[in-house]
Design a protein around this ligand. Structure first.
Ligand SMILES: NC(=O)C1=CN([C@@H]2O[C@H](COP(=O)(O)OP(=O)(O)OC[C@H]3O[C@@H](n4cnc5c(N)ncnc54)[C@H](O)[C@@H]3O)[C@@H](O)[C@H]2O)C=CC1
Ligand SMILES: O=C(O)CCC(=O)C(=O)O
Length: 419
């Protein structure tokens, strides 16, 4: 961050404030299992900075979740919301759990207990959670219901990414993938390339990766490889994500894909591949849509992709980034590439507060307009100043945050309603 602060001539006060999270909330969630036993799960909500508005960010269920991880993700949320000019600060939540080991009822009890633990520190004008890794609209539905039961009133704006029947927005589910495709399209156009000429490999086939894959295939990109946590598949002829998704929904993994009957993905055309090998394929675009630290200084020198799109948060480590920069492999950074999700979350929150709901076209138009403006600003800054896209995106985000900090005055942060 030092170079960004130097560039923007950020005052020491703001550097100190951006140097650590404003609040870290931790809880131990006691949950009754179906067999009558009790399990306790560590959980966090970290609210990094609320200078520009209520804090915003998803909740992750994963066995590797730690306080440090949640805090880092909350910092990136802060930068992301500012980089695309949303009136939000940044937060993130997490529970250290392997959700695949829980029954549906256990998962519901765990989700509701998260809200009971953090009820006092969230709210539509305070901190607004949303889905992230291993959480989805069903879980957001349980959570918003738990919040309403505690409050004894409807409060749909406390959580976004909800089911449509509980005040969710049309378009939120595909927003992250759709936004990432829009940003990639803009970048491809600037390189005077055509989607039909580009071979794409995608790591991660969950909410973000699936929608990206489907929309990119429809837009003419040639998807040659896909992976999930269990394995990867590859086809020189190109993969159609729709039947692959049907197979994954049936079997819960991509690995067995070679045995699929469907003509577009039969054994003759589709080869299994290791997840690590996917990262090193000779493709035009490598899309990272799984977890952090997938490209590091240990494997960045073996990346053969022409460009990388970060749909996941932090999939390229700082060391990996340095190697890719030295090798002139452009990285379209997470805080722009995956911002479609939080942009439509903002639209959902606005609709909840208005008590009126928009068509899919209206949501899509607003998403496109904001991303076009903010991604172009980032691309232009990177080009004008000959700096990496990530540096440009950080300058865009940090610049807005430190301006808002300065506008609060020297006392506001400590004595005002943000304290
Ligand atoms: N869902 C959303 O709206 C947003 C998600 N993101 C980020 O996108 C990333 C993915 O999130 P979601 O799709 O929502 O999660 P998800 O839980 O729906 O899917 C995650 C996918 O990654 C796969 N995966 C995990 N480890 C892997 C590995 N080592 N190799 C290959 N695949 C692996 C899983 O099998 C699964 O397919 C995360 O970094 C998340 O923070 C960012 C912005 C918004
Ligand atoms: O939709 C949101 O509020 C946040 C989604 C999220 O966690 C992210 O962008 O990383």
């Amino acid at each position: 961050m030092a170079d960004i602060y130097e560039w923007l001539e950020v005052a020491d006060d703001s550097r100190h404030r951006l140097g650590q999270p404003k609040r870290i909330h931790q809880a131990s969630l006691s949950v009754r299992m179906d067999d009558g036993s009790l399990r306790v799960f560590p959980a966090w909500r970290v609210q990094y900075d609320d200078t520009r508005g209520p804090t915003k960010g998803g909740i992750r269920f994963h066995p590797d979740v730690t306080e440090d991880e949640v805090a880092t993700l909350s910092f990136w949320m802060t930068l992301k919301c500012a980089a695309v000019d949303l009136p939000f600060g940044g937060a993130k939540g997490g529970i250290c759990v392997d959700p695949k080991t829980l029954s549906r009822m256990e998962l519901e009890r765990l989700s509701r207990s998260y809200i009971r633990a953090f009820h006092d520190v969230i709210g539509p004008e305070r901190d607004i959670p949303a889905p992230d890794v291993n959480t989805n609209a069903i879980i957001m539905g349980w959570m918003v219901d738990e919040y309403a039961q505690i409050e004894r009133r409807h409060v749909p704006g406390v959580i976004t990414g909800k089911p449509l029947g509980l005040g969710g927005s049309i378009g939120r589910e595909q927003a992250t993938g759709a936004g990432a495709l829009q940003v990639l399209d803009m970048w491809v156009k600037r390189q005077h390339q055509e989607p039909g000429d580009l071979r794409v490999a995608i790591q991660g086939f969950g909410n973000a990766g699936q929608h990206f894959a489907r929309l990119a295939h429809d837009a003419g990109y040639n998807i040659v490889a896909l992976s999930d946590s269990q394995g990867a598949i590859y086809s020189e002829e190109g993969l159609d994500p729709a039947p692959i998704l049907r197979h994954k929904n049936r079997t819960r993994e991509l690995k067995g894909m070679v045995y699929c009957d469907d003509s577009v993905c039969d054994a003759a055309q589709t080869q299994p591949l290791s997840g690590d090998d996917l990262l090193e394929l000779d493709v035009d675009v490598l899309v990272l849509a799984a977890l952090e630290n997938q490209i590091t200084d240990a494997n960045a020198d073996r990346v053969r992709a022409g460009a990388i799109v970060e749909i996941a948060n932090g999939p390229v480590s700082t060391g990996g980034d340095r190697v890719l920069q030295d090798r002139n492999i452009p990285v379209i950074p997470d805080i722009i590439a995956n911002a479609g999700g939080v942009i439509v979350s903002h639209l959902e929150w606005v609709q909840n507060r208005m008590g009126d709901y928009w068509s899919g076209e209206a949501v899509e138009k607003q998403l496109r307009r904001r991303l076009e403006r903010e991604a172009n600003a980032c691309f232009n800054l990177a080009e004008e100043k000959a700096i990496p896209l990530r540096t440009a995106a950080y300058i865009q985000g940090v610049g807005r945050i430190v301006d808002a900090m300065a506008q609060q005055g020297t006392q506001g942060y400590f004595n005002g309603h943000h304290g």
